[in-house]
Write a protein that binds this ligand. Structure first.
Ligand code: NAP
Length: 247
């Protein structure tokens, strides 16, 4: 039970990787606040976590790309639990298209949800983390931010930007005992990747030396490690969880 006295906020946690992270932290004793843009889904996931792990789970409906909603979300976490120790910036979307066909709207949307949100959520929690001189922040990047991909210039830019953000924030917050790290998943089976055409999935799989897609739980285990005391001397690090895809 590594997180017995800890409060964790996980964004985009109604399903997929975010849900697996929330479950893993809850299983190890954390009180969790989970946010999602899908109101019904986040309520349902919080209920599942409360029943399965006998811990407190707060559901928050929020669009993490909107500053007022992010600030209201963090206020609610503080009102409910009195503190926030762990932030996992997981919410993300894709709007793929070849560069010549990509609209300004799809560029802006992905940058707002996948990158600006990380600035907004981190800024909102650090005032509490600085005061308590403790914090663990984990940003969910992607191997696409490391090596690029056809049709994903918006997503690749956001996920690479997140790596730069992680390293700068890690330097800025290290003196206050707040670590900031990133995880870069490869091909993980979730609704985000399930909607891809079969031939794209087969092509991605060919690039994975371990020969299978990852599970959300594979990512959750590494996030839990980065949030634990075992990782207290790790900051500004980017850990790939990709079956060797981007080595
Ligand atoms: P997912 O199954 O689509 O889940 C993401 C969740 O975030 C959804 O419930 C989604 O709600 C929510 N969300 C979207 N926009 C939001 C917003 N503005 N505010 C709050 N919540 C929002 O995706 P996933 O595969 O679990 O991905 C999670 C993270 O891992 C993302 O950052 C993704 O880029 C990253 N990642 C995934 C893979 C992969 O292979 N799956 C690989 C590398 C990185 P809606 O469905 O209602 O939009």
């Amino acid at each position: 039970m590594r997180f017995l006295d800890k409060v964790a906020l996980i964004t985009g946690a109604g399903r997929g990787i975010g849900k697996a992270i929330a479950e893993r932290l809850a299983e190890e004793g954390a009180k969790v606040a989970i946010c999602d843009i899908d109101r019904e889904l986040v309520e349902k996931t919080a209920e599942e976590i409360r029943n399965r792990y006998q811990t407190q789970a707060l559901a928050i409906y929020a669009d993490v790309a909107k500053e007022e909603m992010v600030n209201a979300m963090v206020d609610e976490v503080i009102k409910t639990f009195g503190k926030v120790d762990i932030l996992v910036n997981n919410a993300g979307i894709t709007k793929d298209n070849l560069l010549l066909r990509m609209s300004e709207e799809d560029w802006d949307k992905v940058i707002a949800v996948d990158l600006k949100s990380v600035f907004l959520c981190t800024k909102a929690v650090i005032k509490y983390m600085i005061r308590q001189r403790y914090g663990r922040i984990v940003n969910i990047s992607s191997v696409i931010g490391l090596r690029g991909n056809v049709g994903q210039t918006n997503y690749g830019a956001a996920k690479a930007g997140l790596i730069g953000f992680t390293k700068s924030a890690a330097r800025e917050l290290a003196g206050r005992n707040i670590t900031v790290n990133a995880v870069a998943p490869g091909y993980i089976t979730t609704e985000m990747t399930e909607r891809l055409p079969q031939e794209v999935k087969e092509e991605m799989l060919k690039q994975v030396p371990l020969g299978r897609p990852g599970k959300p739980e594979d990512v959750a285990g590494v996030v839990a490690f980065l949030c634990s005391d075992d990782a207290s001397y790790i900051t500004g690090e980017i850990i790939r969880v990709d079956g060797g895809m981007a080595m």
